[in-house]
Structures are given as C-alpha cells and as structure tokens.
Design a protein around this ligand. Structure first.
Ligand SMILES: [Zn+2]
Length: 330
C-alpha cells in the first residue's frame, strides 16, 4: 500500500462517511439487502435508503419503510436505524452501519401535512419536492414548471418544524429557485451534478449551486454515468464534479450520494417500460454506468491527489451531511 492509499484509508476510518442516496429494490424481498455489507466493507458509516419516488402513493411508501425497518431490526448487531445524530456516532464506534431513509417527491403527502412528522418518526431524513414530473407542491425538472405552490410553502414550513431536511434534486429550476428563496434553513440537492459539466435536466445550473450554498446547504454528487458525462461513472468523473462544486462554492457544500442501484436489471427494465418518464432523447436509453460503494476509497485517494486538505475531504465524505443533520434534525 502506498502512502496516499494509506492516508485515504485513514481518512475513511476517521470521517463519518455518509452516502445520502442508495437504491434497494422497492419490494418486500431481501435478495439484495445483504449487499448493504458492501457499503460497510467500503468504509461507509451511514447510508440513506430510498423508500419511494414519483407517483408512488402513501401506502406504498409506508409498506417499504415497514419492510426495511423490520429487516434491519432483526439484525441489531450490524445495523442501526437512526433517530438522532448521536445514534450515528454510536453506530460508528460500534462498527455498525447507520441507516436513514429518503423520499423522492411529495406525492405521498397528498394534502395531509401531518404525514411529514410520521415519515420523520419512521426515519425519513430528506424529502424532495418533485420527481421529474410536476405535482401539487411544485415543478419537476423534466416537466413544465409552474413554480412553488401555496401548499409547497406550507410543506416547507412543516418540514422545518419537524426537522426534515428539504431536498431540491429532480425538482424544476423555477421551483428550486423559489424554494431556496423561501426556505429558512439549509437546503440540499441530495443527488445532483453541475449542469456546466454535463448538459442534462437532472443536473443543476450554477445559480442553484450558489443558492444552495448560500443557505448553508450541501450538493451531493451522484454516480450515474449519464449525469456525470458520456455514461462515465469513473472515480475521475465523480471527482471532476466534486471539484467543480468545491471550487465554486467551497468544499463545505459538497457531499456524495452515489444513487447506486443494487438491482440494475430491474432498473433497466423499469426505464425501458416507461419511455414517457425516461425519454430516450434525454439519454435514458441503453446501458447505465453507475459508481459503486466500492469507489469510496478511490474517491478519497483522488481528492488527496488533487491537494484537498484532510478536513475538507472528511467533510465531502460525510461530515457536511452530518453538519446539516446537526442543524436541521430535531
Ligand atoms: Zn433520484
């Protein structure tokens, strides 16, 4: 092991390493859940598992939370379902993987804002406004965007009260601008890459990067090859995006959320079966390169090679998400 590899391994060991968006199949079947061990083996301390997106309704989300929570609860020697920031520190000390959940889009809330508290109590630690398509709260990034609605402003208020971080990934640019303007605390783009490096509606323009940083928020770089470049999910591509955002707004505003899909066959079938939602002209056709959890040590090493200082690298690896949790969670 060379010196830089050794330093990268030490940083992973010292940092709270946090991937803020990973995707297990959304069904009550545990074929892939044991692969969470891959995250632990790659140095991760915290992962956020997606429990629903797009048009999935309230019951479907609660079913997935029920299933994942039961599976994790049966393995207390390995996993911790996070309630507080202290749970994260305790899990790291004990060598367990801490798990939070996330919800992509406000559809399951319908107009019952009380559901935000229940999601929070079940471990959900961020929600985004609209998954590509516009809903009652606001616009999606692949749809006409009418802006943030009145219900949207009430939703943001209730999230702030509950302590649920607001995320603007997948959301339309206009709605995102209005939400950044309206929100009082730090806002996330949990998994969005800079548009300046790859033109795609899922990526975000510089003014949204700047606006997010101004709130004290964090932009999580995702590992989807089509959002990083020409279907390039290499560590070099990820680090290029990290470096762009860090150079623009500071390393304190960058995180990682690889968006890794454990059942890639299912994802490919889903995309193929829904060309209206994932249109080929936006590059959704063909194979999908995805960065895997195993790339975390390489990412740390590449940031060292670029001359990042250790404190900044620890922030990018997860410390910045931890800061948001300390500020927003209740
Ligand atoms: Zn997503």
């Amino acid at each position: 092991m060379n010196d830089r590899k050794r330093d990268a391994a030490r940083l992973l060991d010292e940092a709270v390493v946090w991937d803020n968006h990973l995707c297990m199949p959304l069904r009550a079947d545990d074929r892939f859940l044991p692969e969470l061990e891959r995250c632990r083996a790659s140095g991760l301390d915290v992962v956020s598992l997606n429990v629903g997106f797009g048009g999935m309704d309230w019951v479907e989300h609660v079913k997935m939370l029920t299933y994942f929570r039961a599976w994790l609860a049966r393995r207390p020697d390995r996993y911790v379902m996070v309630r507080t920031v202290d749970d994260i520190r305790a899990a790291k000390t004990a060598g367990k993987l801490a798990v939070t959940f996330d919800v992509e889009g406000m559809v399951p809330i319908e107009d019952d804002l009380n559901r935000i508290q229940l999601f929070y109590d079940l471990g959900v630690r961020w929600m985004l406004i609209a998954y590509n398509e516009t809903n009652k709260i606001g616009g999606g990034c692949q749809d006409d965007d009418p802006g943030l609605s009145d219900l949207g402003r009430q939703t943001i208020d209730e999230m702030a009260r509950v302590g649920m971080p607001l995320c603007l990934s997948h959301t339309g640019y206009r709605t995102a601008r209005e939400a950044l303007e309206y929100a009082k605390g730090p806002v996330l783009f949990s998994h969005s890459n800079p548009l300046a490096l790859k033109d795609h509606p899922r990526n975000i323009p510089d003014d949204l990067i700047d606006g997010c940083a101004r709130t004290g928020g964090v932009i999580g770089i995702n590992g989807i090859g089509k959002f990083l470049g020409e279907n390039d999910a290499s560590t070099a591509a990820i680090v290029r995006h990290v470096d762009y955002v860090a150079a623009r707004v500071g390393a304190a505003h960058v995180g990682l959320s690889l968006d890794y899909c454990f059942d890639q066959e299912e994802l490919a079938e889903f995309i193929k079966a829904n060309p209206d939602k994932f249109p080929p002209h936006l590059g959704y056709g063909g194979s999908f390169a995805m960065a895997a959890p195993e790339q975390y040590p390489e990412i740390a090493e590449a940031l060292l090679r670029l001359g990042y200082d250790e404190r900044d690298i620890k922030g990018i690896l997860g410390g910045n998400w931890l800061r948001i949790a300390e500020q927003v969670w209740r």
